[in-house]
Design a protein around this ligand. Structure first.
Ligand code: PLP
Length: 284
């Protein structure tokens, strides 16, 4: 693979970052994942807007313009021959030359790293036909989940717990309410209404979430933004998650209980279809 580091395109085994990089020492960095279908980038502007917001929240300068990022995304897709897959982008606070809790002086160059992941047939994941099974896990992450930081240890632990229990993912629960999945936003459908947690510091403001809710409203579906419990989810007609890499993924079982008929429901299936169709149209 060819990867990107601070303006250079390098073979992956020649790309390096300092041991003092604050991304490495302090998880002081943010990231984005953009999906690629037919060689084109989905929801690119949305991901760039969220990147800027994450950087602003951490008082980190954005070293590149949106156009620079677009050029780099396209260059990596072309150089690596990606038809379907993902582009990972990470911006960390860079290398102050030593370890210190205080941020380095202004002018310290942020480190920008990008790489691709090839996923042939990404839009035709067989799991979309059968759905995911999930378990609930207490949400022990920090209080600013709206910032897309590279501090992903707790979601990794929750994913490992899900795997150990033989299922696909975990839904995180705080004060009795579902926050989100390990790397996706969570939804239920009841009586035709699509219910998903409202935006706050408690969850990541998913770019796919924003698009799916917009398409749902345009299709005259009822959307309710509020939190819900695992009990309510188990009693729902349908459940699903959204993310840049899973698009709209049905959830058919929660903590061993089937959701609805325990099969992929019509609302999740329809939203997946609409999302893929519309986001391909606006891909760049
Ligand atoms: N929630 C969390 C915790 C995530 O890590 C992600 C994506 O990685 C999402 C939600 C979904 O966000 P998006 O739709 O922008 O990919």
């Amino acid at each position: 693979r060819t990867v990107y580091v601070n303006g250079d395109y390098l073979p992956e085994d020649q790309a390096t970052v300092s041991v003092f990089d604050r991304g490495f020492l302090m998880a002081d960095g943010v990231y984005e994942v953009v999906s690629v279908l037919d060689g084109r980038l989905l929801d690119f502007a949305g991901h760039m807007a969220r990147l800027q917001r994450s950087l602003d929240e951490l008082a980190m300068a954005n070293p590149l313009s949106e156009n620079d990022y677009l050029d780099a995304h396209r260059a990596l897709v072309a150089r690596n021959g990606i038809t379907d897959g993902l582009v990972y982008l990470q911006v960390t606070r860079g290398n102050p030359g030593d370890r210190d809790f205080a941020y380095p002086p202004e002018g310290t160059r942020p480190t920008v790293v990008m790489f691709t992941q090839s996923k042939p047939g990404l839009a035709d994941q067989p799991a979309a036909k059968t759905g995911w099974r999930i378990v609930s896990v207490e949400d022990l992450r920090w209080g600013r989940r709206d910032i897309k930081t590279v501090q992903l240890l707790f979601p990794s632990m929750a994913k490992m717990e899900a795997k150990a229990r033989g299922v696909d993912d975990a839904w995180l629960v705080e004060e009795g309410k579902v926050t989100e999945g390990t790397s996706n936003n969570a939804y239920i459908v009841k009586g035709g209404r699509i219910i998903t947690r409202d935006l706050s510091h408690d969850i990541l403001h998913g770019i796919t979430r924003a698009a799916v809710l917009r398409f749902a409203r345009e299709a005259q579906m009822q959307v309710e933004e509020r939190s819900f419990t695992i009990d309510e989810a188990q009693a729902a007609d349908e459940a699903f998650v959204t993310s840049a890499s899973a698009f709209v993924m049905p959830v058919v079982e929660i903590d061993g209980q089937p959701v609805g008929a325990g099969t992929v429901g019509p609302v999740a299936a329809r939203l997946r279809e609409i999302y893929l169709e519309e986001s391909r149209k606006s891909a760049v």
